[in-house]
Design a protein around this ligand. Structure first.
Ligand code: XMP
Length: 507
């Protein structure tokens, strides 16, 4: 049985990060809503309670019967999780004099405590809370303090229950991973056997059992998730998997041809459909970004549906849905926000069962699995690319000519990033075709042509992003190349906006 750690989500922005850190220790974990603890699951080895945007005193604060966990499992409360355990046991939690936010140092801690094994004196931790624990009950002992916070961490005496007011999961807590390791491995006894190879072995066996001799269809996008899902399924069921790769005409230059070639090289049974004429016709004259997305989404389903129906007796639709797409995350109001589906609407429409072999993996784990499966590195490290493709990077209406201009400019930028070794340093990059023309001079001629914006960002999850600080010389060279080689463009700008308040895409 797959041993696991359960992370109960009280709505903190860093809950997913706790999950990632635990997985980085090669320990399997699941993030569940705060009130969905699986009491009948015998493979649970320990519980982590996340932080929360609430104060324990808020009317809408998320509350659980914490004493049902205490004593039955090792428990680690982080921030709100720690405050809540203290509060639920008659400890004192009060608004902090000043909001405790940012760096702090563990000036005093109990070095013998299992949670702090191997931790160095004055180690930096990261605080982010409005309330603070000012008194703990008699059966709690304080095991760490910072310069400002007396009760930075506690343990319940003779019990495997801890609380830390700082965030061990964030990068700025220097030895946070060590503390989580101490809890997960030493206290909970997890074996650190979760690896890409073990995931492939168990998943392939599960897929064989689940799918038997059934036929499966999968929509490829060229992105890493659907590609890894396809190779994994191919390993389990071989040619009973049929992949469909639709070209909506808004892909990068030569992308359809190149990616199709890669897929064939991987031995996949793949059908490539050039549906660009249909999409260009349906998008003609459309300028509204959301309408563009709807037309492309529906068009994709139509093409996919038509092709899949030609295959006989298909029972399953496979998708490259990954963990962040399906975690039931909690918004501040307590509403449960459910996953989006990659090919929304298809399973019901086609009466297919859904198969999502990557639904428990984070993006970096998907990449590790891809490498372990022997997939080419350029497929694995490929930047994210939006489903509607260049359609949302052409501001205003879309024409084949505009797509051609953008493909050429984008190709120069992306190849340039690759040639200079910068591609892997940015999360995502592309060019945007702006709906403006401006005056220029080329040779002796006055020009009145288009402007493009280069966009490159750094990010870890696309939720927040910063503009990439690319070298000026590089930007200068790309600008020159685009203006000299791409007919129709006479001005290049660089987007220096972060997200928030901007977004990565312009539409
Ligand atoms: P934004 O622009 O919201 O983008 O900061 C965040 C990430 O999502 C991608 N993106 C999309 N992906 N369909 C997709 O499949 C879409 O309609 C879409 N819009 C944005 C974007 O490229 C970035 O990685």
């Amino acid at each position: 049985m797959q041993e696991k750690i359960i992370i109960l989500d009280f709505g903190s922005q860093t809950t997913q990060l706790i999950g990632r850190r635990v997985r980085e220790l090669n320990v399997y974990c699941e993030i569940l809503p705060y009130n969905k603890f699986p009491f009948d699951d015998k493979s649970v080895k320990g519980v982590i309670l996340s932080g929360s945007p609430f104060s324990v005193y808020d009317e809408h604060a998320f509350k659980i019967e914490v004493n049902a966990l205490r004593g039955n499992y090792p428990v680690l409360g982080i921030c709100y999780g720690a405050q809540y355990i203290a509060y639920a046991n008659n400890g004192k939690v009060e608004p902090a004099g000043s909001r405790e936010y940012g760096r702090a140092y563990l000036t005093r801690f109990e070095a013998q405590n299992p949670l702090f094994k191997g931790i160095t004196q004055n180690t930096q931790v990261w605080m982010s809370h409005g309330d603070t624990i000012t008194a703990v009950p008699d059966n709690f002992k304080t095991i760490a303090s910072t310069d400002k916070v007396a009760i930075a961490a506690y343990q319940i005496c003779d019990e495997q229950t801890w609380g830390v007011q700082f965030h061990p999961e964030v990068f700025h807590t220097q030895e946070g991973t060590r503390m989580l390791r101490n809890f997960v491995v030493d206290v909970c006894g997890c074996k650190q056997e979760w690896s890409a190879a073990s995931f492939i072995e168990t998943t392939v066996a599960q897929l064989k059992a689940q799918l038997g001799n059934d036929k499966v269809v999968l929509g490829l996008s060229g992105g890493v998730d659907s590609s890894v899902a396809a190779v994994l399924l191919h390993r389990a069921i071989g040619r009973r998997l049929t992949c469909i790769f639709v070209d909506h005409g808004m892909l990068r230059k030569n992308e359809f041809k190149n990616v199709l070639h890669d897929y064939e090289g991987l031995g996949l049974n793949v059908i490539g459909i050039d549906a660009s004429a249909k999409f260009f016709s349906e998008l003609s004259g459309i300028t509204d970004p959301e309408q563009k997305r709807k037309i492309i989404g529906k068009g994709f389903i139509d093409v996919f549906d038509e092709e899949a129906r030609k295959l006989h007796e298909v029972k399953w639709l496979a998708q490259g849905t990954i963990y962040p797409d399906c975690i039931e995350s909690l918004s501040i109001t307590g509403t449960v926000i459910k996953s989006h589906h990659n090919v929304g609407g298809l399973p019901e429409k086609m009466n297919l069962k859904l198969c999502e072999p990557l639904r428990l993996l984070f993006k970096d784990e998907v990449r590790r699995v891809g490498r372990q499966l022997g997939m080419p590195e350029h497929l694995i490290t490929r930047h994210p690319f939006p489903g509607p493709g260049l359609a949302v990077r052409i501001l205003g209406d879309i024409t084949p000519e505009k797509v051609r201009i953008l493909q050429d400019a984008d190709d120069i930028f992306i190849q340039g990033l690759r040639n200079e070794g910068l591609y892997d340093q940015v999360w995502q990059a592309g060019v945007i075709l702006l709906p403006v023309q401006s005056v220029g001079v080329m040779g002796d001629e006055r020009t009145y042509e288009r402007a493009v914006a280069l966009r490159a960002v750094t990010s870890t999850d696309a939720m927040t992003a910063d503009w990439a600080h690319l070298p000026y010389e590089f930007l200068g060279k790309v600008s020159n190349d685009i203006i000299n080689k791409v007919k129709g463009v006479n001005r290049v700008t660089y987007d220096i906006s972060s997200k928030p308040p901007s977004t990565i895409e312009w539409e």
